[in-house]
Write a protein that binds this ligand. Structure first.
Ligand code: HEM
Ligand code: FPP
Length: 317
């Protein structure tokens, strides 16, 4: 009986430790980063992705993003303690020591680099690694606490997984790869500033110069509107003039984009309305997810087959 209790206590503790390390990686954001990688891989492979390469790239990308987020958690543990939303993270709540977290982050980065180098290629490995460096040095260290443009420039880190996906398939980067990078890059300001409008006070409290804190709601919604419109415009360029994606993607991109622009316009009309800001933030996530799924579906051979059958039918009738 005593033995059972003791072993259960050990078991619980181990699970809690695993859970703390898991939380350090900010796991809820990683699936969307992977979906952008997948969208890029499918276009690059013209609809026929090697499943083995897909799995390797997903694991390598996950490890790199997890490493980057863990280092961010170490660096930001002071402000994370002061903000309501982040107070319970493993670092500010003392569940993990900075030294242990750093060892964990380095191990993740080394694993990611090795895996991608051995089973994908050096370019993909290097890009994933540069994502970590950029997120940690440029965003977390240099910009986050010092510039209102922190998430515009720093957002480039979040767009790197799209390049990783393309590089894993082709071992090179093309215009289309850079365009998908640009789409995620331009999408980041509406995604984040919509949220920042809702939690402005938290950022103000710790002196982080997020745009709504420094420039106010009106200036922020104008910027959100601007970036929404150019994001949607950029998505169309993949269809025309690049011809990297087809008509199915174009219809999906225009439909999703129409809703994105509409929600952003409503926010522009009501800069202080937190409900609209929240709607836009939530929609931004669905938007990116569905847009990338649209890239995948459009590229599939079965889609091409169905389309040509439909065209033949229309032509004959
Ligand atoms: C500098 C760029 C970015 C900043 C500052 C940022 C910031 C944030 C913040 C503060 C949250 C709320 C998280 C929470 O409540 O703990 C969030 C949520 C989220 N972000 Fe971003 N984000 C950025 C870029 C991205 C990128 C590039 C992606 C993926 C492509 C992404 C995907 C998500 C997702 C999926 C959520 C929802 C997570 C959940 O369900 O709680 N973000 N973002
Ligand atoms: C290829 C590769 C490794 C890319 C890395 C991409 C990456 C980790 C993007 C994350 C973007 C993001 C969610 C930032 C949160 O910022 P924050 O730290 O300001 O959020 P917080 O306020 O919740 O701490």
């Amino acid at each position: 009986m005593i033995e059972t209790n003791v072993s259960r206590r050990h078991h619980d503790t181990f699970l809690q430790v695993v859970q703390s390390y898991y939380q350090l990686t900010k796991p809820r954001i990683i699936p969307l980063l992977l979906i952008t990688t997948a969208g890029s891989m499918w276009i690059a492979a013209k609809g026929e992705v090697d499943p083995w390469l897909l799995i390797i790239t997903m694991i390598g990308g996950t490890l790199a993003a997890a490493s980057a987020q863990t280092i961010n958690c170490i660096y930001d543990r002071d402000i994370d303690y002061d903000m309501e939303r982040t107070r319970h993270r493993p670092m500010p709540s003392g569940k993990v020591q900075p030294r242990d977290a750093l060892i964990f982050a380095i191990a993740l980065a080394v694993l990611s680099f090795t895996l991608l180098t051995v089973f994908a290629n050096l370019l993909a490995a290097f890009l994933a690694f540069s994502g970590i460096i950029f997120y940690v040095l440029v965003y977390t260290h240099w910009l986050k606490r010092h510039s209102t443009q922190n998430i515009v420039i720093g957002g480039a880190a979040g767009a790197i997984p799209a390049l990783v996906g393309w590089a894993a398939v082709t071992d090179t980067l093309s215009w289309a790869a850079w365009l998908i990078f640009a789409i995620v890059f331009l999408w980041t300001p509406p995604h984040f500033w919509a949220l920042a409008l809702m939690i402005r006070d938290d950022y103000a409290k710790v002196g982080i110069p997020m745009l709504p804190v420094v420039a106010g709601d009106k200036a922020t919604v104008r910027q959100i509107w601007f970036y929404t419109v150019i994001t949607v415009t950029a998505t169309i360029l993949l269809f025309y003039p690049l011809h990297a994606s087809g008509i199915v993607y174009a219809v999906i991109a225009l439909t999703l984009g129409g809703v994105f622009v509409h929600k952003s316009w409503r926010l522009l009309q009501n800069p202080e309305d937190k409900t609209i800001a929240r709607e836009l933030f939530l929609y931004s996530i669905s938007y990116m997810m569905l847009l990338c799924l649209g890239m995948v579906v459009d590229s599939l051979p079965v889609t091409h087959h169905l389309l040509s059958t439909a065209f033949d039918y229309l032509h004959l009738s």
